[in-house]
Design a protein around this ligand. Structure first.
Ligand SMILES: [Zn+2]
Length: 152
């Protein structure tokens, strides 16, 4: 692990212990060159996503990104905002106890999109909430309008 201060490639582990109830290893590292001490966390990267039909598959942030980018196609949303939303979902996934419902991920995406772009939010909501009829869609629009704060 490289020293974040002087970028020396070789740092020493001076302490290592369990963290987050065993889901992570916390390490204190020291740089022999500049003396800087810093902390790293090691976590299992395998988070399992449980789909509605019970199927399980590994969490894959690139799939989440793809889904969000498809939803945002043609919408004026900054790349930074998309990256932030994906980072939020990754944090939630990697701080989960090893598995996460696909619905939870969907609802995080939905919440994030609501702040970013209404059109994308409605696009995603129509799939995520499996709208059966136009009335559901209208209800969602009404909810969204009710949430809006006056802008004058
Ligand atoms: Zn250093």
């Amino acid at each position: 692990m490289r020293c974040p201060l002087c970028t020396t490639n070789d740092t020493r582990v001076v302490d290592s212990r369990q963290a987050e109830e065993g889901r992570a290893i916390r390490r204190r590292r020291a740089c022999p060159r500049c003396g800087h001490r810093f902390t790293t966390f090691e976590r299992a990267s395998a988070v399992v996503v449980i789909k509605r039909d019970g199927r399980r598959q590994p969490f894959d942030a690139s799939k989440v990104r793809l889904g969000i980018e498809i939803t945002l196609a043609g919408r004026p949303v900054a790349q930074d905002a998309v990256d932030d939303l994906i980072a939020t979902i990754e944090r939630a996934a990697y701080s989960s106890p090893g598995s996460m419902e696909a619905d939870e991920i969907g609802s995080l995406v939905l919440e994030g999109l609501r702040d970013l772009d209404e059109v994308a939010y409605l696009r995603f909501a129509s799939v995520y909430k499996e709208f059966q009829k136009a009335a559901d869609f209208e209800k969602e629009v009404a909810t969204l309008e009710a949430l809006e704060t006056p802008t004058d």
